[in-house]
Design a protein around this ligand. Structure first.
Ligand code: MRU
Length: 356
């Protein structure tokens, strides 16, 4: 698999996911502002992948602060200025994509590491500590995905046709994937007959990214327009739906790519299991329910245009919420690296996610 995120000697390269599947080109970021822009513009996307990128973005800010304020040893003004610079950089990175909590989680984790080192050992040590923390987040994520894959594959019956939505694969994570990690693991256990990937309007993560990943792996994939999902289910062609998540509230409500809620309702209607695969870092237990989740709205042009060409008359308006909220009551199980949470999800969450 081509890596979505690469760090090499002070430069973070992001595989430009806007160009896939036609071109594999990298965009380079050498400061935190470039990183925030790349996250906002969807060069990199997917909750865990933007978390990893945000972590490296804060590490870049810490490196920038060594150039701006020197080593800072014994200079209280320089240390205070570096701290303010890092806090502002963290805020701008977190604001780039507001729904996926993994971004705030990773940026704050690197920020806290940098700040505790800053007070003790100065700016240069803070930058080294920040970079090492960002690297750890990336490496941990790959391991976490493999555990999610193993836990999730245990739920898949042999001969299953599985539907997925958006891209929760290697491109959306440090590698392997959450929902696609489960599918990859189940495929390796010969349990998967077919993967149905919804194309995922308007950004086409399903068509451009999920289909691309699965074709590369030699996993059978059939692409569907999003609105075909219900019909396929009514024909008895879908045995399970597995999606990723961008944020999960304390009661099990799940924010994920727009269209996910529709699939969960359809699964309830057709008695099909609806699984969510996500790392523990995607839970936000500070929120009681999904109504408190900030749903990002993206530009109208993503809906009104297709590959730069208008597909609607001038003067038409578009609404483009990028995510929706699926009530936890529609979720058959949430698969995490620490184990699988079954209903009642709110009560059973405590077994895998610790309250901070
Ligand atoms: O807008 P995107 O492409 O960042 O949205 C991504 C999704 O909604 C994914 O399904 C989610 O982040 C889970 S990724 C492992």
């Amino acid at each position: 698999m081509i890596p979505a995120i690469k760090w090499d000697q002070g430069v973070l390269s992001l595989l430009d996911q806007r160009l896939l599947p036609h071109e594999t080109k990298y965009v380079t970021c050498t400061d935190h502002r470039q990183m925030a822009k790349a996250i906002k513009d969807m060069v990199v996307r997917g909750a865990p992948a933007i978390g990893i990128s945000g972590g490296y973005g804060l590490a870049l800010a810490a490196i920038e602060s060594t150039m701006e304020f020197g080593c800072g040893n014994g200079n209280r003004d320089a240390l205070a200025a570096a701290e303010q610079f890092l806090r502002e950089a963290a805020s701008s990175l977190i604001a780039a994509r507001p729904t996926a909590v993994n971004l705030a989680w990773a940026v704050e984790r690197v920020l806290n590491t940098a700040l505790s080192s800053l007070g003790k050992d100065g700016i240069r040590c803070a930058a080294e500590a920040a970079l090492s923390e960002a690297r750890s987040i990336e490496l941990e994520d790959i391991e976490v995905n493999h555990k999610i894959g193993i836990n999730g594959a245990a739920l898949i019956k042999p001969g299953s046709s599985i539907m997925t939505h958006c891209n929760a694969g290697a491109l959306a994570t440090g590698g392997w994937g959450t929902a696609l990690g489960v599918i990859r693991q189940a495929w390796s256990e010969n349990k998967v007959a077919m993967v149905y990937a919804n194309e995922t309007r308007p950004f086409l993560q399903g068509a451009r990214l999920t289909a691309w990943e699965l074709v590369q792996d030699g996993i059978d994939v059939t692409l569907l327009v999003d609105s075909a999902a219900g019909y396929l289910m009514s024909l008895g062609k879908i045995d399970a739906v597995i999606v990723g998540a961008d944020r999960i509230a304390a009661n099990g409500d799940v924010a994920n790519k727009i269209g996910t809620y529709t699939l969960a309702c359809l699964c309830r209607q057709h008695d099909i299991p609806f699984y969510v695969a996500a790392p523990v870092s995607t839970f936000d237990l500070s929120l009681a329910c999904g109504r408190e989740i900030h749903v990002e709205e993206r530009s109208e042009s993503e809906v009104l245009e297709f590959m730069g060409k208008a597909v609607a008359p001038a003067g038409a308006k578009a609404l483009n919420p990028s995510f929706d909220i699926t009530p936890g009551t529609l979720v058959s199980a949430i698969i995490t690296e620490n184990g699988t949470v079954f209903p009642p999800i709110e009560e059973n969450l405590a077994g895998v996610v610790k309250r901070g």
